[in-house]
Design a protein around this ligand. Structure first.
Ligand SMILES: [Zn+2]
Ligand SMILES: [Zn+2]
Length: 253
């Protein structure tokens, strides 16, 4: 299976509008980060995790012309704002798009996109089918997911384990019990916002310590803020086996 990083930035992306910091002015393409999302693809199934505000641009950049489903981690705007653009797949594939998330996330989609769920719909609005997931394992076509409960400040969110891979963004706490679900993974993606403490995201040091605890072979950080600085600088602070993901990075898992 392939994992493509569609975006690796925090909610404002990098560069931030109008910002003149070193990260935002960097000409290194790895310092250009759209909002965080990944695409999972095997021979039969293509699933995107989260549709942030850059979803359209990400689908165009990666030439995605077939998408089976969207799976959500949580309902913050930088993870759902691009949902309207699944319309293009409705027209292409001549069917509704399957959206997966926990109850609260689906409720938030209904509130955020009321026209999609209206009784009398404007022609051409997104056609979606909502699928409520629980804390137990589930399949989307041929891809098997294990939800990992995490806390994003006080908000419960989901990370996902897929085979020997796990995607854990937008969190600052995972219980020991939930960490058990990560045993034996080879590759982990951990959200690491910046170096300084934050109320709802892991810092770089916290991400490093989580990587050491999990014992995966390799780790990538994502959901990175411009406050982290330039990738060439913070890359030096990570241990062997750990590096910063970048937009367009593709992994075989
Ligand atoms: Zn900046
Ligand atoms: Zn986020």
């Amino acid at each position: 299976m392939k994992v493509k990083f569609l975006g690796t930035g925090t909610s404002q992306g990098v560069p931030v509008i109008g910002c003149k910091c070193d990260a935002c002015l960097s000409d290194n393409p790895k310092d250009k980060r759209l909002r965080s999302s990944i695409l999972l693809e095997n021979n039969e199934t293509t699933v995107v995790i989260d549709t942030g505000p850059d979803f359209r641009q990400q689908m165009l950049r990666e030439n995605v012309s077939n998408l089976d489903a969207v799976l959500y981690t949580h309902e913050h705007r930088d993870h759902i704002a691009g949902m309207d653009d699944i319309r293009s797949f409705n027209f292409l594939q001549k069917r509704s798009m399957d959206l997966y998330g926990e109850k609260r996330v689906l409720q938030s989609l209904r509130i955020s996109f009321p026209y999609v769920f209206a009784k009398n719909k404007y022609p051409g609005v997104p056609q979606v089918i909502l699928h409520q997931i629980e804390e137990r394992q589930f399949d989307i076509k041929t891809i098997h997911f294990t939800p990992v409960r995490m806390l994003h400040s006080s908000m419960p969110v989901f990370g996902y384990r897929i085979n020997d891979f796990a995607y854990l963004v937008d969190a600052n706490f995972i219980s020991e019990k939930e960490k058990e679900k990560l045993k034996g993974i080879k590759t982990v993606v951990i959200g690491a916002l910046r170096k300084e403490k934050h109320h709802s995201h892991f810092t770089l040091d916290e991400a490093i310590s989580l990587f050491n605890q999990i014992g995966a072979e390799r780790a990538y950080i994502s959901h990175i803020s411009h406050q982290m600085g330039k990738v060439e600088d913070y890359s030096k602070l990570m241990p062997e086996g750990m590096e910063a993901a970048y937009d367009g990075l593709c992994l075989e898992i």
